[in-house]
Every structure is written in C-alpha cells, then in structure tokens.
Design a protein around this ligand. Structure first.
Ligand code: ZN
Length: 228
C-alpha cells in the first residue's frame, strides 16, 4: 500500500481544460488506425474508441479512427495495409493473449508502445484487451472505458517524449482502484502539462517534421497494482 498525496488536485482542473482545449482541437488532428487481432465485439470496440477519442479531445486533439479486423477480408486489404501514412498516423494493435504473451510475459502489463531510434516520432503501440477484460472483471465493470483509457495511455506514450509515466492519472504505470474508477467515470484524462506536450508534439508532426527536437523515449507497460 502506498499513499498517493498528489491525486487530489487533478480533477478540479478538468473542466477548465476541456473548455480551453476544445478551441485548439479543431486544428490538431491525428489518425489512429486500430488493428484488431483479438476479435473484439465491434460495439464494444466502438465504445472503447469513443472513450479514447474523448480523452484525447480533452487534451486538445481531434482524432480520426480507422478500424481493421484481422485476419482481413479480401475487400479490406487495401485500406488496412500498414502503409506509411506519415507521423500523424498512429497504429494501435489489439492483440490476443497468445500474441500478447510473446511481447510481455507478465499478465499485469496491459499494453506497450514501440520506441524509435534517432529521435523520430513513434507511431506503433500494442494493447492487450483480454488483460484489460480481466481487470474490468475484477472491478465488476464494463471493459470499454478501461480499454479506451488503455488505448489513450499508449497514444500518450507515442505523443509524449521521454518516460511519460506519472505517479497518478492516465499515464500512471500502475493503475490502482482510483485510476480504474476514474476511467469508468470518464474522468481519467491527461494533465494540463501532458496535454500541452501532446499538442506541441502533434503540431511538430503536422508541420512535416520527421524528427523530434529532443527525445529519450522509454516505454514501460501499464501495470495495475493489485494491492491498492
Ligand atoms: Zn505506460
């Protein structure tokens, strides 16, 4: 058990940010390609994506979401090829447990992003929906808000340079009951500072730059802390 004294002030600012950020969201847009290898119910996935989009909108971003389900139908091949769409396109791959286990043996890890070398912008991340489902089941809650928050967490890693993990909040590496409850209530959002960093990163990506000015990217998985 660890005390979490920094948590209390976060929610007070959420409303004010959303007003301020909604004005910038119109200009900053990312396309998020969600590649589902896990066979998630389409309705549940749409809900999760709506949660993720809302969290990112709170940070000042508009998102275009594009879904592909694997294995692909022949008619979908063209739109779902992992082509280089530039650094304003992100790829979130939802992996079933056998594939997740090869990337992250610990079942407490819910997702991970793929670092890049030489300071280029990362675009690839993974989320492990079955593990998110286990977590939701423990809380007797729906999967989609947690899955949406997990997607937003990994998008956060892609858009925040350096080790983006924080002690509390959506970028916490260990989601305790507070984060999970906030996710269910739709108030697990990026901090003001994180939102500013995200917008700056997207501006840089949209400017045509392919190189971050500074980077020390260090991904770690999301690990729910079970003893809190
Ligand atoms: Zn993380």
């Amino acid at each position: 058990m660890r005390p979490r004294p920094l948590l209390k002030t976060c929610l007070l600012f959420t409303f004010a940010w959303s007003l301020a950020n909604s004005q910038t969201a119109a200009n900053l847009e990312m396309t998020i390609h969600v590649h589902d290898y896990a066979g998630i119910d389409p309705g549940e996935l749409a809900e999760a994506e709506a949660f993720a989009a809302r969290i990112l909108h709170e940070a000042g971003l508009r998102t275009q979401l594009s879904n592909c389900r694997f294995p692909l139908a022949a008619t979908a091949l063209r739109g779902c090829a992992a082509t280089a769409g530039g650094v304003t396109h992100l790829y979130i791959r939802l992996l079933p447990e056998p594939m997740a286990g090869k990337l992250a043996a610990s079942t407490t890890i819910l997702g991970m992003s793929v670092p890049t070398s030489h300071g280029t912008f990362p675009v690839d991340a993974y989320v492990f929906p079955e593990r998110v489902g286990v977590l939701a089941e423990q809380d007797r809650g729906p999967v989609s808000p947690l899955l949406g928050a997990a997607i937003a967490h990994e998008v956060g890693h892609l858009l925040l340079a350096g080790n983006a993990h924080t002690v509390t909040g959506i970028m916490s590496a260990q989601w305790g009951p507070k984060e999970r409850k906030d996710a269910l209530m739709g108030v697990l959002t990026f901090s003001r500072r994180q939102s500013e960093q995200i917008r700056a990163d997207v501006r840089q990506r949209m400017s045509g730059s392919n190189q971050r000015t500074h980077i020390a990217y260090d991904e770690r998985g999301i690990e729910p802390n079970r003893d809190r």
